[in-house]
Structures are given as structure tokens and as C-alpha cells.
Design a binder for this molecule. Structure first.
Ligand code: ADP
Ligand code: ADP
Length: 225
């Protein structure tokens, strides 16, 4: 349904060569984690897949079609951001519903989908609140709900748990894993945390200085000398 392929991808921010010739094939429905130290280009890669960043050179393909010139909202991709990116003046319901409203979905469709996503994430009781009335963990769930409600074929996560404390992070990891099993969608997850990568990934891509250092299933990768 939604394999992703990058061929010869480069990204320059002015003179900063953030991504230097990346070729990856990301299998359909797998949980792929891009891991590596801060500044190695993980987020830039993810944003190019989402269409939020222009590709300087090379091609990004989703489902076998080159999407370099396709706008983010036409890519059928849902993304969860590190800083949650919630709208402070909107209720939780409206925050979760936002992507559906943007696509002019009818109210009769919006309400059940928001409620279903909220139930999956344990925030069904919070729908009338404002983001400022929520804890960090609850905000993070709202940000996830906003992506899940879209029913996209490709889900992208940019360090979504890094603002949470250790216990909540464990809980959310388990939950994300369960969502992946239930939804059977392609998920690409960025983190600098190797434990998180090991726990979540079917397949890990290790980046360093804008290039792929290693890739493979988690055990294979970290058992090498
Ligand atoms: P990571 O997600 O692995 O921490 P990033 O993709 O955010 O790495 O950044 C890769 C490199 O590109 C870094 O050197 C970073 O400073 C630089 N960079 C990222 N975004 C921008 C930007 N908007 N303008 C200029 N440089 C950027
Ligand atoms: P546009 O100009 O396409 O309306 P914006 O520049 O406001 O979009 O935002 C960039 C893109 O990011 C938009 O297509 C928007 O739908 C998308 N976007 C915002 N939040 C999310 C999210 N949580 N998941 C997926 N896409 C998102």
C-alpha cells in the first residue's frame, strides 16, 4: 500500500549539507525507525517524505510514484510532531478533527472518526478541553489522535515522545506498537534514542552526518562487532 523509496536524496540548507546521498527502500506496512545523533538529518529526511521540505536533489517515491512536486496534503501522509503542534485556541475535539475539516469531510463523518481515535488513545473524556488544560502526556495523545483520525496510508513520527518522562514514554511506546499492529500501516519513526529504536522497529536505519551508516532488523544491527 505505501512503501517509500528514496533515491540519491540530498538536502542543502544554504551551505549546510544536511542529507548527503541517501538511498532507502522502506517496506510497506513495516515499522521503520530512523535513528542517529542529533543533527544527523533524521528530521529533514522525514520532512522531505512528508513534503514539508523541498528535496534539493534525488527523488522521493511513495507507492512507486515520484512525489517531489506533490503538495503535503495530497500525499496521504499523517505526521506527529515533537512539539505536538496543537492549536491553543481550539478544543481537543477540533484539534483532532482539523485534518478532516481541511479535507471538507462532513460533520456526520468527523464526529465518529474523532471519537474512535480518541477512544483508541484514551482521551475520549477530554474532547471539550483546551490544550492548556492538559498534561504533557495528554497533549501528546491529542497530537497522535490528530494523525490517526486521518486514516492515512503512511504515518510519520518525529521524536514524538522526547518531551515525556520515562514512564510515560514506556507506556506510549507500547501503545504506538499496538497501534501499528492494529492498523497495519507503514510507519516511519525518528528518534535519537536507541532503546526506543530497538523496541519499536521492524527495521532500523542508522544515520550519521546525513548518510546511512547501517540498516537492517534491530538484532542484526546491534549484534555486529
Ligand atoms: P536531526 O533530526 O537528526 O536532529 P535535522 O534534520 O534536524 O537533524 O538537521 C540536520 C542538519 O540540518 C543540522 O545540521 C541542522 O542544523 C540543519 N538544519 C535543519 N533544519 C534547518 C533549517 N531550517 N535551516 C538550516 N539548517 C537546518
Ligand atoms: P497547506 O499550505 O498545504 O494548507 P500548511 O503549510 O499549513 O499546509 O501545512 C503544511 C502541511 O502539513 C499541510 O498540508 C497540513 O495538512 C500538513 N499537516 C499539518 N499537521 C499535520 C499532521 N499532524 N499530520 C499530517 N500533516 C499535517
Amino acid at each position: 500500500m505505501a512503501g517509500v523509496r528514496l533515491r540519491g536524496v540530498h538536502k542543502l540548507y544554504g551551505k549546510v549539507h544536511a542529507v548527503r546521498g541517501v538511498d532507502i527502500e522502506i517496506p510497506d506496512r513495516a515499522f521503520t525507525v530512523l535513528v542517529g545523533p542529533s543533527g544527523c538529518g533524521k528530521s529533514t529526511l522525514l520532512r522531505m517524505i512528508a513534503g514539508l521540505e523541498v528535496v534539493t536533489e534525488g527523488t522521493v517515491e511513495i507507492d512507486g510514484a515520484v512525489v517531489n512536486d506533490v503538495r503535503p496534503k495530497d500525499r496521504d501522509v499523517a505526521m506527529v510532531f515533537q512539539n505536538y503542534a496543537l492549536y491553543p485556541h481550539m478544543s481537543v475535539f477540533e484539534n483532532v478533527a482539523f485534518g478532516l475539516r481541511m479535507r471538507n469531510a462532513p460533520n456526520s463523518e468527523i464526529r465518529p472518526r474523532v471519537e474512535r481515535a480518541a477512544t483508541m488513545l484514551g482521551i475520549a473524556d477530554l474532547l471539550e478541553r483546551q490544550p492548556r488544560q492538559l498534561s504533557g502526556g495528554q497533549r501528546q495523545r491529542v497530537a497522535m489522535g490528530r494523525a490517526l483520525v486521518r486514516d492515512a496510508k503512511l504515518y510519520l513520527f518525529d521524536e514524538p515522545l522526547s518531551n515525556l518522562d520515562a514512564q510515560l514514554r514506556d507506556e506510549m511506546r507500547t501503545e504506538i506498537k499496538r497501534l501499528h499492529q492494529d492498523m497495519q500501516r507503514t510507519m516511519i519513526y525518528v528518534t535519537h534514542d536507541q532503546v526506543e529504536a530497538m523496541t519499536l522497529a521492524d527495521r532500523i536505519v542508522l544515520l550519521r552526518d546525513g548518510q546511512i551508516e547501517q540498516e537492517g532488523p534491530p538484532l542484526e544491527l546491534y549484534e555486529r562487532p
